[in-house]
Design a protein around this ligand. Structure first.
Ligand code: ATP
Length: 223
């Protein structure tokens, strides 16, 4: 889609953020710096359709993301999916952002692991009409090969030219190399459930304010 795009892309990183960790935060900030974006917005899902219910409530996950981004001046949070009723469909969020800024490029940041599941997302093809995809590699998880319709969409849309993300409002797929941060929320929850012995490790994985929130709200089975 070629059109009179205005300004740098508004980039979003959706996720469960159960809880937010430095993998998410550094990844978002690395992409922001690499592509000279004014900001990257983290969008915690309220009721994620693709996975079992998160361990922490939407309110708690949103509060933790808000605390986490305080260490990163270029990152922000959009609470709309937690505040909305019903399933959190990425396409719905992108439609809303598109109607708020019709000529602004939009970009959705996705880890390679999440990309593999794209064809299971609600109205996934429409996502390409609404936004670019910025794909980042997740340590330990290889991105390719894909097959079928996903492979066809990706190969037709993949570009090596990041300026396309500024010049058009949607429809390209760009792979952004980032420093690997081998952290997952699953690992963070497991370490928390172990209590104090896990805490030493946790300090490198989540911001101190997020850890303080987890402790004071007794989340994730923290004793
Ligand atoms: P869980 O372990 O509970 O599955 P998670 O750590 O994968 O959680 P999500 O909220 O599911 O976190 O991830 C949101 C997005 O961030 C996804 O696109 C995912 O691929 C990406 N992501 C999460 N952690 C990393 C990481 N360490 N490096 C790169 N991408 C990541």
């Amino acid at each position: 889609m070629v059109s009179a795009a205005r300004g740098k892309p508004l980039a979003i990183l959706g996720g469960t953020f159960d809880p937010v960790h430095y993998g998410h935060l550094h990844l978002a900030d690395d992409v922001r710096r690499a592509l000279s974006l004014p900001r990257v917005v983290l969008v915690p899902a309220g009721d994620p359709p693709h996975r079992k219910a998160p361990a922490a409530s939407g309110t708690d996950r949103l509060a933790m993301v808000e605390l986490g981004v305080e260490e990163f001046p270029g990152l922000a949070v959009d609470p709309r999916e937690v505040e909305a009723a019903g399933k959190s469909y990425t396409v719905r969020t992108l439609r809303a952002l598109r109607s708020e800024a019709p000529l602004s490029p939009l970009a959705l940041i996705v880890g390679g692991d999440a990309l593999a599941g794209l064809p299971t997302w609600h109205r996934w093809r429409e996502i390409f009409e609404l936004a670019h995809l910025i794909v980042v590699e997740r340590p330990g998880m290889s991105i390719e090969p894909f097959s079928g319709e996903l492979e066809r969409e990706l190969s037709a849309r993949t570009t090596r030219d990041p300026s396309l993300l500024d010049r058009t409002i949607a429809g390209s797929v760009y792979h952004q190399p980032v420093t690997p941060y081998p952290i997952s929320a699953t690992e963070v929850r497991a370490a928390l459930a172990r209590g104090e012995p896990g805490i030493v490790k946790i300090r490198d994985m989540v911001p101190a304010q997020v850890l303080a929130y987890i402790r004071s709200h007794r989340l994730y089975g923290y004793p």
